[in-house]
Design a protein around this ligand. Structure first.
Ligand code: ADP
Ligand code: MG
Length: 274
């Protein structure tokens, strides 16, 4: 763990010294005046089953000791978002099955436990959408149809409680790369953000090494978290992806997931953050 942290810090330092980290132009902040009370009331409610949440490792939903690492991740995330006036955070990983969806949903639920925060979680892994499966909800429509301008956002968005909105996909998109890179996608997200004024928008993305879906999209977010799986992601792959991410957006940190030697029973720890 410490070795990995030191290796990442060294790689980052070398990149900085080589002038390899471009300035990321800030996005224009959205004015937020909508109150949290009643924020989601127009949307249909979804009530995830605790047994399914336990099976799918959504500890933040259940609370208790296993939720603590996610609460820590939440606190650090909020601190940085507030400090930098950022709202959009993408969650990606080098390869598949590192735990992006698991971390994204846990973080969204943990954030939404702060009742003054309006939180939105959007499934943008348009090749292998899985948020609906983890939540155990049979969705009829898909968020990619919103990006394709076939349906309005409100026709597929659902709420969990009063201050968390989730946008899921019933099916994969037939043209994920084109959709994610389209400039219209950026405009649609801006329209959603202007209308709903979420304090935090989380995007559950596809893996970086499997396709270039994320490359054109990441200019639409303020920052990104890279999720690595302790047992399967190699150090060179973490380094390659962190470097590529840093060219596209601000890297909030690297989360080492599936970590058997971490204290928490969820097997999750930070390698580096901020
Ligand atoms: N910390 C963890 N410890 C053990 N298994 C995990 C952990 N995080 C996620 N998983 C499991 O790994 C699998 C892939 O996780 P998922 O979040 O779907 O990954 P991704 O979205 O990156 O493809 C799921 O079965 C999930 O329950
Ligand atoms: Mg996923």
């Amino acid at each position: 763990m410490e070795k990995l942290e030191a290796a990442l810090a060294k790689a980052r330092e070398m990149r900085r010294a080589a002038g390899d980290a471009p300035e990321i132009a800030p996005r224009r902040a959205v004015t937020r005046s909508l109150p949290t009370v009643g924020w989601t009331s127009a949307l249909p409610e979804m009530s995830p089953q605790p047994a399914r949440m336990e099976r799918n490792r959504i500890a933040a939903f259940l609370g208790g000791r296993d939720a603590v690492p996610y609460d820590m991740l939440r606190s650090r995330t909020i601190r940085i978002l507030k400090e930098k006036e950022w709202s959009r955070l993408a969650i990606t990983s080098p390869g598949a099955a590192c735990g992006k969806t698991t971390v994204a949903l846990n973080l969204a639920i943990s954030l939404a436990r702060q009742k003054d925060l309006k939180v939105m979680l959007i499934d943008l892994d348009l090749r292998r959408p899985s948020l609906h499966k983890v939540l155990g909800h049979n969705v009829k429509n898909s968020f990619h149809q919103v990006l394709d301008e076939q349906i309005p956002f409100e026709e597929q968005a659902m709420r969990i409680g009063d201050n968390l909105i989730v946008a899921m996909n019933a099916t994969p998109s037939r043209h994920p790369a084109e959709l994610l890179q389209a400039s219209r996608t950026g405009e649609i997200l801006d329209e959603i953000e202007r209308k709903w004024q979420p304090d935090v928008m989380l995007f559950d993305m596809s893996p970086m090494l499997a396709s270039d879906d994320n490359v054109g999209f990441l200019g639409n977010v303020d920052c990104a978290l890279l999720i690595a799986a302790a047992e399967s992601t190699t150090m060179p792959n973490i380094d390659i992806c962190e470097k590529e991410l840093a060219q596209l957006t601000n890297v909030l940190g690297v989360v080492l997931n599936k970590c058997r030697y971490a204290d928490a029973s969820m097997g999750y720890d930070y390698t580096s953050y901020g």
